[in-house]
Design a protein around this ligand. Structure first.
Ligand code: NBX
Length: 833
């Protein structure tokens, strides 16, 4: 028929933005249409939220084209696919990021101007999905961006929490938590897939029998079932046609759950059961450490894992075929141990639902999973009581026992008579109440294990997973973390991006961050330095303005060095070491008001886990010190202290561009990697840091002369702890240290209350598990050097330029390529635009 012969392809000569509706004119038209047809508004009566929604839908529509094409290519080419299993995704606002990745930021801005829209106000309107606590969740989000950008087919699986990480208010200096209602006004970025849903069962008992062929079969008779429904968010690659999928599961009562039939007469009981089902994806646990014994947390983990594995099996059976090749189609990366139950779940599904024998199922399972460890802190290693497991997941407990039995047999054969080793390696910790060690399950059930920075990956091998390393060293890897330069330079620091582009080629560096090296040869050029400084000062002005409008602290961006520590509040991260430095400077200024020091703004941001008393007390201390210093006219021309409330992705994007100095001062050996360290340095901040996590590699890259190093090494820490660390000796051996700690408890910062901060001071003097006192003097000396260098702008600017120029390694694109080549064995599947 003539119709079908008509050319369906638009001639190639037509510019891409015209073909795909990305011209200014089509953006304007689409925007007006969306405002009218989706929000039901015209300009004159639209609320700021309507204006945002129309923008979001306009952008989302433009992603769908690429999404559909990617899905088709991935499906028909049977592309090997990465499934990233993560309980957290700390995504941050989508709109600006998607504009950048679509390559239409500029044209959209112009379209907005012609429609008389306030572009910045529209961006501000977006509520960020805060479906994560901190580094681990944000890393998952950076990896989703990079997977798409380096064109690796991927699905991110997780939980669609109705309430993400709490919003933080500061009241009277204390943290107050408010629930995060990010879905209140609708989420334009997700597409509900009610037809993609799976049953997830809990509780009950198992029944063992034999089938006709005499093979043993197990039936799990559960006593609770919920339904997981998929919500899909497209994830664009930068400047490529690839769009990957973030599939988050929402818990609902199953449709079959008809309370008329099942609960005649018990209407309230039925509604209660429905609520219980929906509770599973209700709220993110706000601790960046495991929730010991919280049944709901284990339910959440199993919930998203079970949905995800069932979905993978469905996809595989729909396309490639027999389950025997499952591991050739999929590789599943476990983001820490939160999804480690996946090992038992895949075994269960293969054996119980698909009648596969143990050995075949085990082969597939072990070849599917890889495990990333994110912490060495012993208190952060996840374990679950056997009793809880038995109650909630009886079939999985049986499978874990069997995995363990077979595994320990291999240990015994390998290490004859070494029963101590067997006990150490067991999946079950028999000391005290019996508990399942999730890290051991993850290691035994995986093909590869990795840490997140070089030091961390080494320490894993000598500490928490030493026995496993000795048994199979070839399975241990390092993949140093990275962050996406799209969000953390292009979106958050457009002035710097523009300046870099002049030297590093349009778009080139955004895709290949090693191109930043082109800046190096200009590091001493006074002209570049002047512009570099202008960019930094402008960012500091933006931040100062914002802070003055939110919290009221006034900072001087012209004269003051912006010294920033922004991260979760934790004793190991040592925000109190930073505070002791502030107090030292304060005391010096009080003794000598004409000190002539470099003015500094000390800026903090970070949430404390709601039940972590010491972390909350540190927030109170920072705000209390701020109150005294900011109101003391004798010093407040030289130093000011600000605590930015509600540090999240959006607020982080205000901080990174504005920092002169980045505080990365954890006790060596405790911070697995850190990623904020990379974000700051990429934006031209110099780092004051310990030899911990990725700091070490950052220093190696930017050059020791461009990094302010202080403090003990991990090895020195280990030795000192082995010898018996006595913080008391430091307290008594250093007059300034003693006077700084004593000032904390003097009542000066607490309106005369000498007890308020006593727990903090006492803990430092008596225990000091993170050796604040041992590193105090080195830190102060280093800070003095920093002030001296800051006083020599040409030198500082040169160092700052060199930091940015040498940060290529810390793009998450590099991390993902490392995973793809060294761990996953997966090739890019390029899709053009
Ligand atoms: O993971 C963090 C590490 O502390 C950082 O050093 C590292 O850079 C980052 C990414 O690799 N870990 C982390 O953020 N953990 C959690 O957020 C967490 C959340 C829930 C939980 C345990 C840990 N139950």
């Amino acid at each position: 028929a003539p119709e079908t012969e008509a050319p369906t392809e638009v001639p190639a000569a037509t510019p891409e933005h015209t073909r795909t509706g990305m011209s200014k004119a089509s953006l304007k038209q689409a925007y007006i249409d969306n405002l009218f047809y989706i929000q039901g508004r015209f300009r004159e009566v639209a609320t700021p939220h309507d204006l945002y929604m129309a923008a979001a839908f306009t952008v989302r529509d433009r992603m769908l084209d690429r999404w559909v094409k990617s899905a088709q290519v991935y499906k028909t080419s049977h592309a090997r696919t990465v499934c990233y299993l993560s309980a957290e995704y700390l995504l941050g606002p989508h709109l600006a990021n998607n504009l950048v990745n679509l390559g239409i930021s500029e044209v959209a801005r112009r379209a907005g101007e012609e429609l008389d829209l306030d572009f910045e106000a529209i961006l501000e309107e977006e509520e960020e999905p805060g479906l994560g606590n901190g580094g681990l969740g944000r890393l998952a989000a950076c990896y989703m961006d990079s997977l798409a950008t380096v064109q690796i087919p991927a699905i991110g699986y997780g939980i669609r929490y109705e309430f993400g990480i709490f919003d933080q208010d500061i009241q009277n200096g204390w943290q107050v938590e408010r629930s995060d209602t990010w879905l209140r006004n609708g989420n334009p970025w997700e597409i509900p897939r009610p037809k993609i849903s799976f049953p997830v069962r809990y509780g009950g008992h198992t029944e063992h029998s034999r089938d006709q062929a005499g093979r043993s079969r197990v039936r799990w008779v559960a006593d609770m079932v919920v339904s997981g429904v998929a919500f899909d968010t497209p994830v664009l690659g930068y400047g490529v046609g690839n769009v990957n999928l973030l599939r988050l599961w929402k818990a609902e009562a199953p449709e079959s759950f008809d309370f008329q039939v099942f609960n005649v007469g018990d209407y309230y009981g039925a509604v209660h059961a429905k609520i219980e089902a929906e509770t599973i994806s209700k709220v993110l646990y706000p601790n960046d450490e495991p929730e010991a014994g919280k049944e709901l947390r284990l339910k959440q983990q199993y919930f998203f894992v079970s949905c995800s594995i069932q979905d993978m099996i469905r996809l595989h059976l729909n396309t490639v075929g027999p389950l025997e090749t499952f591991h050739e189609k999929f590789v599943a990366q476990l983001n820490d141990t939160h999804p480690a139950i996946a090992v038992a779940e895949l075994m269960r599904l293969l054996m119980d639902d698909h009648a596969m024998p143990w050995d075949a199922a085990w082969d597939i399972t072990r070849n599917t999973f890889c495990y990333t460890n994110h912490t060495l802190l012993p208190e952060a290693l996840e374990t679950w009581s056997v009793a809880l497991f038995e109650r909630l997941l009886p079939r999985h407990l049986e499978i874990i026992y069997e995995i363990n039995r077979r595994f320990l047999d291999t240990v015994r054969v390998r290490y004859l008579g070494d029963e101590a080793r067997v006990a150490r390696m067991s999946l079950i910790d028999e000391t005290g109440g019996r508990r399942i060690r999730m890290a051991h399950l993850a290691v035994v059930g995986s093909r590869a294990v990795n840490g997140v920075a070089a030091l961390h990956s080494e320490l894993i091998k000598t500490t928490i997973l030493k026995d496993f390393y000795e048994m199979s060293p070839e399975r241990f890897h390092n993949v140093t973390n990275g962050v996406t330069p799209r969000r953390f330079i292009v979106v958050s620091n457009p002035r710097l991006a523009e300046l870099i582009t002049e030297f590093c080629g349009h778009d080139r560096w955004i895709r290949d961050l090693d191109c930043l090296r082109d800046l190096e040869e200009h590091a001493e050029d006074p002209a570049l330095q002047a512009r570099w400084r202008e960019v930094k000062t402008a960012a500091k002005q933006d931040l100062a303005l914002w802070l003055s409008q939110h919290g009221g602290v006034v900072l001087d961006p012209q004269t003051m060095m912006f010294d920033i520590q922004a991260k979760r509040m934790h004793e190991y991260k040592r925000q109190h070491l930073n505070v002791l430095h502030i107090i030292r400077v304060y005391q010096r200024l009080k003794q000598n008001p004409n000190l002539g020091m470099v003015p500094r703004a000390f800026i903090f941001g970070g949430k404390a886990a709601p039940g972590y008393y010491m972390a909350k007390l540190m927030i109170k201390l920072i705000n209390s010190v701020a109150e005294v210093i900011n109101n003391d006219p004798q010093v407040n021309g030289f130093i000011r202290v600000a605590f930015m409330a509600d540090f999240n992705v959006k607020n982080g994007q205000r901080l990174y561009p504005a920092a002169d100095l980045s505080e990365q001062i954890s006790l060596a050996g405790k911070e697995a990697s850190g990623t904020g360290n990379m974000k700051f340095s990429m934006n031209g901040a110099l780092t004051v840091g310990t030899l911990d996590g990725a700091n070490i590699e950052i220093r190696d890259e930017v050059g020791a002369e461009n990094f302010f190093l202080f403090g003990m090494t991990a090895e020195e820490v280990r030795r000192k702890q082995a010898e018996g660390y006595r913080p008391w000796d430091y307290y008594h051996g250093d007059d300034e240290l003693r006077s700084d700690i004593d000032l904390v408890t003097s009542g000066l910062f607490s309106h005369g209350d000498t007890n308020l901060f006593r727990p903090l001071a006492d803990h430092l003097i008596n225990q000091d598990p993170f050796m604040v006192l041992a590193d105090y003097r080195a830190y102060l000396n280093c800070q003095d050097r920093i002030s001296e260098v800051y006083d020599r702008p040409a030198e500082w600017d040169r160092m700052s330029i060199l930091n940015v120029a040498r940060m290529g390694k810390f793009s998450s694109d590099r991390s993902i390529r490392d995973y793809a080549e060294r761990i996953w064995g997966i090739e890019p599947k390029p899709i053009g635009i």
